[in-house]
Ligand binder design. Structure first.
Ligand code: DAH
Length: 341
């Protein structure tokens, strides 16, 4: 037995192979189930008890030698690719990708939607290319009403039905009311377009969030409470609101809402022009004519609506003074919002 082991030891030590196939043949010859070493292991049973210790040790050494020999032969034929794979450490943490940042308007829009969703509103969206009916007609703008001049519109086609870029997201109100009976409780985010010269304070496109709630017995007090809740979640629990009478064709009564100036805390500063208040939105009780135009019985249902600019809210929240910053994609500006989410 010992002789056989020694002979195999020599054989294995001097074994060579010319390629990976040869190495595999050697592995089969010595290490496979029916290989030389396994056969010796099988004979081990017949070794006399007093020799078992020595023979067992030698056999184990032989097996280790063969295993190492095969491994080293294999490695000498391994391709560079295989070697790279061996060095490829799957437990290492990945190098971080730079995923960019969320746009400030998206950050603020998401936060606005989150607040309204928390108050039971769902999100509705409508098309940016609209017709006259959804943007003006259904919202109580008579054909020659001067309110139509309040918004300079981009027209795409003037006939037969005027096709235009929506000037406000109030058009989504109509789209939803035409298809759904109350209760309706929606917020509608989206881009709107107006034919304005671009400056720090005006742009030819910007973004709004529209709100609409229609049900039985909806009151102005409900509107006020929802807007107060929004203002406090958005600008802090100390925020105060004030509603001033205003005019919109689609609401009656109508109001504009101011919040206490975030910068001076209401004392009066350059930002709020000394008044202590800044305007953030328009709102009111939905005009019965609008409900009827959209197929909702105004004797049974009432509701409120509000609309605000996302740029305006972002300006107040992050003190961005120039509207053009939002569309210029200056990477230094965008990076400032890296930590906001
Ligand atoms: N559509 C108005 C605008 O673009 C904003 C607005 C005011 C929306 C009052 C409303 C509202 O729903 O009730 O200036």
């Amino acid at each position: 037995m010992l002789e056989k082991i020694n002979a195999l030891k020599e054989e294995i030590t001097s074994a060579t192979a010319s390629d990976l196939k040869g190495v595999e043949e050697l592995r089969i010859k010595y290490l496979s189930k029916k290989g030389a070493i396994s056969l010796l292991m099988a004979d081990f049973r017949s070794v006399p008890a007093e020799q078992k210790r020595e023979v067992g040790q030698k056999l184990n050494e032989l097996k280790t030698l063969a295993t190492e020999k095969i491994a080293s032969l294999k490695e000498s034929f391994a391709s560079d690719g295989d070697k790279e794979m061996e060095e490829f450490d799957l437990t290492r943490t990945a190098t971080s990708l730079n995923p960019g940042t969320r746009h400030p308007l998206s950050i603020v829009k998401n936060e606005m939607l989150r607040i309204f969703e928390g108050m039971g509103f769902t999100i509705a969206e409508g098309p940016e290319i609209e017709d006259d009916w959804h943007v003006f007609g259904s919202l109580n703008f008579p054909p020659d009403h001067p309110a139509r001049d309040m918004q300079d519109t981009f027209f795409i086609a003037r006939n037969p039905a005027d096709i235009l870029l929506r000037t406000h997201t109030s058009s989504v109100q109509t789209r939803v009311m035409e298809k759904t009976q109350p209760p309706i409780r929606i917020v509608c985010p989206g881009r709107v377009y107006r034919n304005e010269a671009i400056s720090a304070r005006a742009h030819c496109f910007f973004h709004q969030v529209e709100g609409l709630y229609i049900d039985k017995n909806v009151s102005f007090a409900d509107l006020r409470q929802v807007l107060l809740g929004f203002a406090r979640q958005m600008f802090g629990p100390e925020t105060k609101i004030r509603l001033r009478p205003s005019y919109f064709p689609f609401t009656e009564p109508s109001a504009e809402m101011d919040i206490s100036c975030d910068i001076c805390g209401g004392k009066g500063c350059a930002f709020c022009k000394g008044t202590g208040w800044v305007e953030i939105l328009g709102c009111g009780m939905v005009d019965p004519n609008v409900l009827e135009a959209c197929g909702i019985d105004s004797k049974v249902y009432s509701g409120y609506a509000f609309g605000m600019g996302i740029e305006r809210i972002t300006n107040l929240k992050y003190k961005v003074k120039d509207l053009r910053m939002f569309s210029e994609n200056d990477i230094r500006f965008l990076r400032e919002f890296e930590s906001a989410r």
